[in-house]
Design a protein around this ligand. Structure first.
Ligand SMILES: NC(=O)C1=CN([C@@H]2O[C@H](COP(=O)(O)OP(=O)(O)OC[C@H]3O[C@@H](n4cnc5c(N)ncnc54)[C@H](O)[C@@H]3O)[C@@H](O)[C@H]2O)[C@@H](O)CC1
Ligand SMILES: Nc1ncnc2c1ncn2[C@@H]1O[C@H](COP(=O)(O)OP(=O)(O)O)[C@@H](O)[C@H]1O
Ligand SMILES: [K+]
Length: 503
């Protein structure tokens, strides 16, 4: 699903209004109703509501929400914050529609701010996507005060003060919301870790924006939905056999890190691969044969580290390399030989990324259109560069994938999947329980399995990252976030496949 920029959001609103031949106030009413529908599911009328409206249409939403919540028996206090600027026509209209039981209180100085009741919910309707400069002055005073005293803040559309799709200047105040309820689509800002403290949990509510506009809009940024992923999942056919589902080769494990190989191998098998061969250092032989009996094993000549490239790779369909391999010279040489000689698709993770990051020669050998990198932010920094902020990092991610014609999964809360064409897809599954050693090795196994089964590299990235997060979410359902370990993710992968198939 596309993520729109702030100007595109305005265009989408305008096109909807013109196609449906409705007044803009009607779209605002729809938006307010959608917000109130969400709000009523979350809060009961016992909870007092304090609404802070700014001068534009976001403020107008706040006014319409005040009227609708009052009709639904909520106790509403309404504050109009204005430093003397003009208000929008739809703001004015909704001001006139307010029932007399909801008298607006003007806030033109911070001295006008009144204490917020203990159990109240604050609705932030100061600014939305029309924010045109960093928030300072009176508005910043109100925002700072809310951030200090509001027990619970719900932002309409976007936390006030936060830029929709670019870096917010440091001097601007930003609302720290507990929930953000965005109209129709999430904003790019919601996917970036630096904004967690502002956005809180985000939700979207449909307001019926023009499907034609959404279909035609050009955006390099998308987010992954369950429906799209369901469409990618290939069925297993009746007369298929293990050869149908590909033969994966994993090069992984090292002294003290055989667990990484076990996790990657188990995940690869649970990822549906037909056959799996694992090449590990010789000390891993017993470990793997015992822990993963379904996998075939090729012990390396070297006891502790991978050192020898297999003579023939013909029978394999995909190679995954990296988990637990370390950064020994021998292993670096092997990696160089692999990059120079193979024409198989490669999933490159962990120390294999670090080895490539340390060598321009290895970078130059990367085969075009054949590689998926799966760095976490630190590995990304080594492989690509350090960034000043997360918008810059997204641009560097796109540029790297364009130059090297590779795919990359930049792992995190919303892992970003980048393609050589310059598109970035944000994942929407997963949870903080997955922030534990070994979950990345599991992802490498899953991606290698999907590529070996014939999914394109892009499909494998999208589907693999989604399923990995979904398995993590299902694991959270049984063991919770705190105790979750990487093996739990593998254990819930079967359920993740089944859930996606059924949904
Ligand atoms: N018809 C529409 O266009 C719809 C708009 N909707 C709402 O409208 C919002 C966008 O409304 P607007 O475009 O009116 O913009 P906003 O309400 O976000 O803000 C614009 C107003 O704030 C002022 N302003 C901007 N930055 C400021 C700053 N840093 N300090 C002080 N004043 C500042 C502008 O001069 C203008 O008066 C959306 O986020 C959404 O909440 C929804 O009601 C859906 C329909
Ligand atoms: N807060 C989080 N929310 C969702 N997913 C997360 C979170 N933290 C980590 N993950 C996921 O867990 C995995 C961690 O990978 P990585 O850091 O490489 O771990 P390791 O190297 O220990 O295997 C990634 O797929 C990442 O997206
Ligand atoms: K807002």
């Amino acid at each position: 699903m596309k993520i729109l920029s702030a100007p595109q959001t305005r265009e989408a609103d305008a096109q909807t209004i013109s196609e449906e031949k409705i007044a803009s106030e009607e779209l605002m009413e729809r938006a307010a109703r959608a917000f109130v529908g969400w709000f009523e599911n979350k809060f009961t009328p016992e909870c007092p509501v304090c609404i802070f409206s700014g001068p534009g249409n976001n403020g107008g939403d706040g006014l319409a929400v005040a009227r609708l919540l009052h009709q639904r028996l909520f106790d509403v206090q309404l504050y109009l914050v204005n430093d003397g600027g003009q208000t929008s026509p739809d703001f004015q209209l909704n001001l006139e529609r307010l029932p007399h039981e909801v008298p607006p209180h003007d806030i033109t100085s911070k001295d006008h701010l009144l204490a917020i009741p203990d159990k109240a919910c604050v609705i932030d309707a100061l600014f939305g996507t029309g924010l045109s400069r960093p928030v300072t002055g009176l508005y910043a005073d109100v925002i700072n005060w809310l951030n200090e005293y509001s027990p619970c803040t719900v932002a309409i559309d976007i936390p006030s003060g936060l830029y929709t799709d670019k870096q917010t200047p440091a001097e601007g105040a930003i609302v720290q919301a507990h929930h953000t309820v965005s109209f129709e689509l999430p904003k790019l800002a919601f996917f970036l870790p630096q904004h967690e403290q502002y956005v809180g949990e985000w939700h979207t509510v449909p307001i019926g924006l023009s499907p034609a506009y959404l279909a035609e809009a050009k955006s390099n940024f998308q987010y992954v939905t369950q429906k799209e992923m369901q469409g990618l999942l290939k069925p297993r056919t009746k007369f298929s056999h293990k050869g149908t589902y590909g033969h994966a080769l994993l090069l992984c494990g090292g002294y003290g890190k055989m667990g990484a190989a076990v996790l990657a191998a188990r995940a690869c098998l649970r990822g549906g691969v037909g056959l799996l061969t694992v090449q590990t250092p010789a000390i891993g032989y017993d470990v793997l044969q015992t822990a993963v009996p379904e996998a075939m094993l090729i012990p390396d000549n070297n006891r502790k580290h991978l050192s020898r490239l297999l003579e023939s790779m013909e029978k394999y369909d995909a190679i995954g390399i990296g988990p637990g391999i370390g950064t020994e010279r021998l292993t670096k040489t092997l990696l160089g030989q692999l990059l120079a000689t193979t024409d198989l698709p490669l999933v490159i993770d962990a120390d294999a990324i670090n080895l490539i990051a340390s060598s321009e020669k290895l970078k130059a050998q990367l085969p075009k259109g054949k590689v998926i990198f799966t760095p976490h932010p630190k590995e990304f920094e080594r492989l690509v560069c350090k960034s000043n902020n997360e918008y810059e990092r997204l641009e560097e991610l796109r540029e790297f994938c364009r130059v090297y014609q590779c795919y990359m999964v930049l792992k995190g809360s919303h892992s970003a999947i980048a393609t050589p064409e310059g598109d970035i897809y944000f994942n929407t599954t997963g949870n903080a329980g997955m922030a534990t050693g070994g979950t990345g090795d599991v992802l490498t196994g899953i991606l290698t399995a999907l590529v070996a089964q014939g999914y394109t590299l892009k499909e494998a990235c999208l589907l693999g990252v989604y399923l990995h997060g979904l398995a993590g979410d299902l694991a959270k359902g049984t063991v919770g976030e705190i105790a979750l370990i990487a093996s739990d993710v593998i254990q819930h992968l079967p359920q993740a496949f089944q859930q996606l198939r059924r949904s």
